[in-house]
Design a protein around this ligand. Structure first.
Ligand code: SF4
Length: 85
């Protein structure tokens, strides 16, 4: 599938102008709760929750949101808070 076909089939622009999935949950989430395209999943999925970025401070708002749904992001932020104190 070409990037153009993928975008037209699965993505839409949200109110912030970001490309997001047209439907949730993700159409590639299988009935077994595993990613059906794991080996070729998007970079954003492979890097989630993005806590190993050298410049994590640039995505502080996103990281904070992720702490509400991702235990790994929550633990990373908790460790960062301890190190700052
Ligand atoms: S890893 Fe990404 S592509 Fe795979 S099911 Fe989850 S959101 Fe969808």
């Amino acid at each position: 599938m070409t990037p153009q076909k993928f975008m037209a089939t699965y993505l839409r622009l949200d109110e912030d102008g970001d490309q997001v999935l047209q439907q949730l949950p993700c159409p590639f989430l299988g009935a077994d709760h595993y990613c059906s395209i794991y080996d070729v999943r998007p970079k954003a999925c492979a890097e989630y929750p993005h806590t190993d970025r050298p410049k994590i401070y640039q995505i502080a708002e996103i990281t904070l949101k992720n702490t509400a749904i991702c235990p790994a992001a929550f633990e990373v932020v908790e460790q960062m808070k301890k190190e700052i104190k």
